[in-house]
Design a protein around this ligand. Structure first.
Ligand code: GEK
Length: 244
């Protein structure tokens, strides 16, 4: 099936509303994320392999900010016939609706349960794997420690947190260099100057990125000791953190 193309910011919008995960975004989400996040599919594929490796039988996987379920689809492939339980959470009703529709025809899809909820409020029950992809960045910075602390204390011993974030660099010059390569990447993927600048403006104060050091400091602060930055592309970083 042809994926609907993301043209949300192709015409000038005045005033420009802040970005939100509404029905319009959900309809074009796969095209948007693939053209906006470098190495998106590669990251999900390796995370699914890591999740399969770290998953402890009888425990749960949580995908926090699961959107329409792209991680879940790859996880089903990676797990094969193995039994597992995943709770996939997002507070956008149209995202969860799209996820449920996608799962319904899949054999073994009942191993995943999509849930419309706020990741800051849910109780995490017995997780050995937590996925947090491109979602912490949408929480107010002062509320991030609480979520990460909750994840660390809920994880079983030997459990893993897999997290991807858009980042900035602490040195202004290197931050601009990262931005430059990122906007080139978006141009290469067919986004116009207007689309790039309107999306940037719509995300201002909605998506607040931090540095790699900020993330590692927080991971340590909440109790993680084994931390790896396993993938980095200019202003995108994927971490894994194992609970000792
Ligand atoms: C992927 N992980 O495809 N509670 C629940 N969900 C939230 C909250 C919250 N407090 N805040 C934001 N979200 C996915 C991509 S997208 C990233 C994640 C992007 C949800 C929000 O509704 C959206 O679906 C998701 O977090 C962020 O790998 O599109 O840039």
């Amino acid at each position: 099936m042809q994926m609907p193309k993301d043209t949300i910011f192709s015409l000038e919008k005045k005033p420009l509303p802040p970005f939100e995960f509404n029905e319009q975004v959900v309809r074009v989400f796969d095209d948007m994320i693939e053209r906006s996040v470098p190495l998106y599919r590669e990251t999900l594929r390796r995370q699914a392999e890591l999740a399969t490796y770290f998953y402890q039988q009888g425990s749960r996987i949580y995908d926090l900010g699961c959107s329409n379920g792209n991680f879940g689809m790859v996880l089903l492939q990676s797990m094969g016939a193995r039994s597992f339980e995943m709770c996939a959470i997002d507070n956008s009703a149209p995202m969860i609706d799209a996820y449920r529709k996608r799962l319904a025809p899949l054999r073994g899809g009942e191993r995943i349960r999509p849930l419309e909820a706020d990741i800051q409020k849910v109780v995490l029950e017995n997780p050995s794997v937590v996925i947090l992809n491109l979602t912490l960045q949408f929480l107010p910075p002062q509320e991030r420690d609480a979520l990460m602390g909750k994840i660390h204390s809920a994880l079983s011993s030997g459990g893993v947190l897999l997290m991807t974030e858009k980042i900035i660099h602490g040195a202004a010059e290197l931050s601009s260099l990262q931005q430059r390569f990122y906007y080139d990447f978006k141009r290469e993927n067919g986004y116009s100057e207007l689309e790039i600048s309107q999306k940037r403006e719509a995300l201002e104060n909605v998506l607040i990125p931090e540095t790699v050091e900020d993330h590692c400091d927080r991971l340590r602060r909440v109790g993680f000791r084994k931390i790896d930055l396993w993938l980095k592309w200019f202003n995108f970083a994927s971490f894994l953190a194992v609970k000792g």
